[in-house]
Design a protein around this ligand. Sequence first.
Ligand SMILES: NC(=O)c1ccc[n+]([C@@H]2O[C@H](COP(=O)([O-])OP(=O)(O)OC[C@H]3O[C@@H](n4cnc5c(N)ncnc54)[C@H](OP(=O)(O)O)[C@@H]3O)[C@@H](O)[C@H]2O)c1
Length: 279
Amino acid sequence: MIPFAMTARTDNLQTKMEHKMPTETDAISPGKIAIVTGGSRGIGRNTVESLARRGVNTIFTYHTHGPDPEAVVAAVKDAGTEAVALQFDSGNIASFDAFVESVKEALSKLGATRFDFLINNAGNSHHNMPFEKATEEELDSIYKVHFKGVFFLTQKLLPLINDGGRIVNVSTARTRTTSPGGSVYASMKGAVEVLSKHLAKELGPRRIAVNVVAPGATETDFSGGIVRDNPVVNKRVPDGTALGRAGVPDDIGRMIASLLSEDNRWINAERIEVTGGYV
Ligand SMILES: NC(=O)c1ccc[n+]([C@@H]2O[C@H](COP(=O)([O-])OP(=O)(O)OC[C@H]3O[C@@H](n4cnc5c(N)ncnc54)[C@H](OP(=O)(O)O)[C@@H]3O)[C@@H](O)[C@H]2O)c1
């Protein structure tokens, strides 16, 4: 039997330790608001939920999959924060002014007029396009969703981002590595990476940090769920990865959320690869 005095001291120590133990919510100051594009599924959804666990309210977008956003809003509520889902097509630049108006309405629902973090994550599935066969139409379509959309959405939302805010642009490990059929998609992500460095410089006076997160192959619905469901890829990716498996959304979303913490406030104009070691 443990003597009473010792139990009390142990309890006291435990209470103190619990008080001092860092929690996820410590890392981001309260009351921050994020916008996550493509937050209804995969990496974006995990980012929204990881931010919610850190006390961040989110406006996130979906494109075509109606039912998914409701589940995300419910998960965010369970974590004790708020989320608003908005429909958005990254390839339809003409719709961006109306989208910005709906962002303003969503912000007012969250009791704010501005937000803090922009995560440009949305991306449509694409099938590998051999360079020799890629058409002008295919190139234009990937360009609009993966680059032009990121460029103009960021430009139009910029007046609503608080000084001292952050921007994260989601790219891919395929800008560093090569694999057949990646020229169109990887080139657009490469353009996003170059844009990000220039933005970091231009937005420095407003203390807005801009970074790129470049995931490796991650098991989502992307490109027909190829990383998760294709047996050849199922073997190739773990074989080439130091940690011996493909990524899952929870490997990437929580990293993006942690990048937005105060601990990482001095990281700027960087491209950070999150692959489990695809070397
Ligand atoms: N999975 C990977 O292996 C991998 C690796 C490296 C980088 N990435 C990048 O990570 C990002 C997220 O990919 P993911 O794997 O999470 O994909 P995902 O599971 O397919 O989710 C894509 C998200 O983007 C939205 N979206 C699709 N087309 C859109 C459009 N035209 N306009 C606006 N939103 C659109 C989707 O909305 P709906 O569901 O409503 O259609 C969904 O919320 C993408 O930028 C992708 O290029 C993925």
